[in-house]
Write a protein that binds this ligand. Structure first.
Ligand SMILES: [Zn+2]
Length: 389
């Protein structure tokens, strides 16, 4: 390993950590720093800002934009909050103890971004046959809201890429599957009335029951649908009802009932069909309620959606990541990432990044120096592989 490269990754990580890019804060100072750094070494860059302009995705690339077969290195710039956590040292000052670098975002996932930035001069001086594209997003930690607009631009403006590497912490192992996230918000509006006069109102709580029962049945069906060789833990996709609020007193028909469901679909679960069934049921219930109270409504709103990552048949990203790391084990994880979004857009995708997910989101989050070194080797191997010869 070139020791200079790791020194550089470490120095860059120190800078990246100093920006407190918690998801509710602007990430623009960090984006300014990264864009400036990459422009100086010759990258072309483009921002894809949020609607309110407070945050931005950043794309930066080396090599020919119009050549197919490029490789995307994807990372998110935001980090989770530190509230309520007890830290030994300042979370936004990189601190080394016993071969570990402590700080918020060290492993999730500024370590990967630091290694990508430190490899930038190498990418810049390599004659690449296809682009190496950095795709750095915002708002990943709060529901992967930033990346989709950037993915749209990549699909529209770049030749078909070969692969995406999502640098979420996996100890540089190749991850070919993860569950997704599909949250629905239900709001049932009926009509309040004295509970003795049941024909004078429509009880939102009562009409919530068939929807809740249906969610329960869907959860059972997902459990039964898991293939025998599933590697997930638990082996099936899950569906839970996290919060229910409805009504005001025992002797009043509830005017409103509000609840959330959260599905964590496995790659084989069909979220579109699920949503269609729920919407049909909601419409049926609304029609029934209107017989008693014409103002009744059953609203179903999608609160979150991150597609799962499924193992591809002869996946190009998997093949690439295995060649670069030497890892040949089959692995899936239960955390969600932007990988599903890239795969959903038709780009071959795996997760492979430095650090352990066990340290992510924790107080005293750290990345081992050895993990940064492994990621630096990965970048070097990537440059060699992408070289025109
Ligand atoms: Zn992450």
């Amino acid at each position: 390993m070139n020791p200079d490269q790791t020194t550089s990754s470490r120095a860059l990580l120190e800078r990246l950590i100093s920006f407190a890019t918690i998801s509710d804060q602007s990430n623009l100072p960090l984006v300014d720093f990264i864009e400036d750094h990459l422009s100086k070494v010759g990258a072309k860059t483009r921002r894809v800002p949020s609607a309110d302009g407070r945050k931005s995705n950043l794309m930066a690339w080396f090599g020919p934009q119009d050549a197919p077969g490029g490789v995307i290195l994807s990372g998110h710039t935001d980090v989770v909050p530190i509230e309520g956590q007890s830290w030994t040292s300042d979370p936004f000052t990189l601190t080394e103890r016993d071969g570990r670098l402590y700080g918020r975002g060290t492993c999730d996932m500024k370590g990967f971004i630091a290694c990508a930035l430190s490899a930038a001069p190498l990418f810049a001086r390599t004659a690449l046959e296809a682009p190496i594209l950095f795709a750095f997003s915002y708002d990943e930690e709060v529901g992967c809201y930033g990346a989709p607009a950037m993915i749209d631009e990549i699909v529209a403006d770049f030749a078909k890429p070969l692969a995406v590497i999502i640098g979420e912490p996996s100890e540089m192992k190749v991850i070919t599957g993860h569950k997704g996230l599909h949250g629905l918000e239900f709001e049932i509006i009926g009509k309040a009335a004295h509970s003795s006069l049941v024909e004078n109102g429509a009880c939102a709580n009562t009409y919530a029951i068939p929807l809740l029962a249906m969610l329960h049945e869907e959860a059972r069906a997902m459990r039964a649908a898991a293939p025998h060789d599933s590697r997930f833990d638990p082996p099936y996709g899950t569906l839970t009802i996290g919060q229910i609020k409805g009504g005001t007193a025992d002797n009043i028909l509830a005017e409103r009932c509000h609840f959330y469901s959260l599905m964590r679909p496995a790659p084989w679960d069909d979220t579109v069909a699920f949503e269609t069934r729920l919407l049909a049921k909601a419409a049926e219930i609304e029609a029934e309620m209107k017989i008693y109270a014409p103002q009744s409504r059953v609203h179903v709103r999608r609160a979150s959606f991150v597609p799962p990552l499924g193992k591809e048949v002869q996946g190009r990203a998997e093949e690439l990541a295995r060649a670069l790391t030497g890892d040949n084990m089959e692995r899936v994880v239960s955390y969600g990432t932007e990988a599903g979004q890239f795969q959903h857009a038709g780009i071959s995708t795996v997760v492979c990044g430095p650090g352990s997910i066990a340290q992510a989101h924790q107080p005293d989050e750290f990345i081992a120096v050895s993990e940064l070194e492994a990621c630096d080797r990965f970048m070097k191997n990537l440059a060699r592989r992408m070289r025109k010869d």
